[in-house]
Design a protein around this ligand. Structure first.
Ligand SMILES: [Zn+2]
Length: 283
């Protein structure tokens, strides 16, 4: 069983909400997302900002109930990875209506562009959210942070490539959105090790989010992904019962299996002779 982390607010990670169907498992239907968020709001859950979340991690920070703990308000950090354009249509308005907020981890080289960094699970390439939409939702209290520059698996890069991925992404976010946007990073595929954590720290990040299992470090915080099968009213990552434990274990295994897409992408590059499909750096 995957143990429930103690004393720290739970963190949920969604990828796509709504939009076109896909062959993969990371898309959650808009109706499911709407039902889950509404149920959480009615159940007394509230979302944290990154600053509130970080405050809770401090040794003497406030203790507010998280998953299945006590009565009164329960709080969690809601996050989205990859920053697809459909979030602005199918997720953010639902959250705003409920008084919820979220942090979206952006692949900064691909903002406003089509997804060219992943194996294709959809018939048409997926569009990433535009800067104009990002600044609009930022003004409404939504937060944005780093998911690296090009969604590279950071554990597979050289030291200089890894530093460049983390630094370029952070520099873009801070320049476009202000200093607070340079505070956190979610490692693509949840792939991290001590070198990744060290590089993130050197680049200036204070918080780093990995996979389902963290190690207690602020640069290896755990999150539970919400996959397509996680369609109950309360996502498995927020349940403190046996089902929640099983759900977190399954999410951990599924997250580990995502290494397959990186391998397939590597094979495609080698076959096609294309090493780097990265678009021109943002200016
Ligand atoms: Zn991602």
């Amino acid at each position: 069983m995957t143990p429930a982390p103690t004393g720290r607010p739970p963190v949920l990670c969604y990828h796509r909400v709504g939009g076109s169907l896909e062959l993969g498992v990371t898309r959650v239907r808009r109706s499911v997302f709407h039902r889950q968020m509404t149920a959480l709001a009615k159940g007394g859950w509230r979302t944290l900002t990154l600053a509130e979340f970080a405050h809770r991690l401090e040794p003497n920070g406030p203790s507010v109930p998280g998953r299945g703990q006590g009565r009164g308000p329960r709080s969690f950090l809601l996050s989205f990875d990859d920053g697809y354009a459909s979030l602005a249509r199918d997720a953010y308005p639902i959250l705003a209506d409920l008084g919820f907020t979220a942090v979206t981890f952006l692949v900064t080289d691909f903002v406003g562009r089509d997804n060219a960094w992943d194996v294709r699970y959809t018939w048409h390439p997926l569009r990433h959210i535009e800067w104009d939409a990002i600044t609009h939702w930022q003004s409404r209290g939504f937060e944005f942070a780093s998911h690296s520059a090009s969604h590279a698996r950071l554990t597979w890069l050289t030291d200089s490539e890894r530093a460049a991925e983390l630094e370029r992404s952070r520099e873009t976010l801070v320049r476009r959105l202000g200093a607070a946007a340079g505070r956190a990073v979610a490692y693509p595929f949840g792939a991290r090790d001590a070198r990744v954590e060290a590089a993130a720290r050197t680049a200036g990040y204070e918080l780093g989010f990995g996979g389902v299992r963290g190690n207690g470090s602020l640069l290896n915080l755990s999150r539970v992904p919400v996959y397509a099968w996680d369609a109950g009213d309360v996502p498995l990552g927020l349940r403190n019962d046996a089902l929640g434990s099983v759900g977190r274990l399954v999410a951990h295994v599924a997250n580990c299996c995502a290494v397959g897409t990186s391998v397939m992408k590597g094979v495609r590059y080698r076959v096609s002779g294309i090493r780097d499909q990265r678009p021109a750096p943002d200016t």
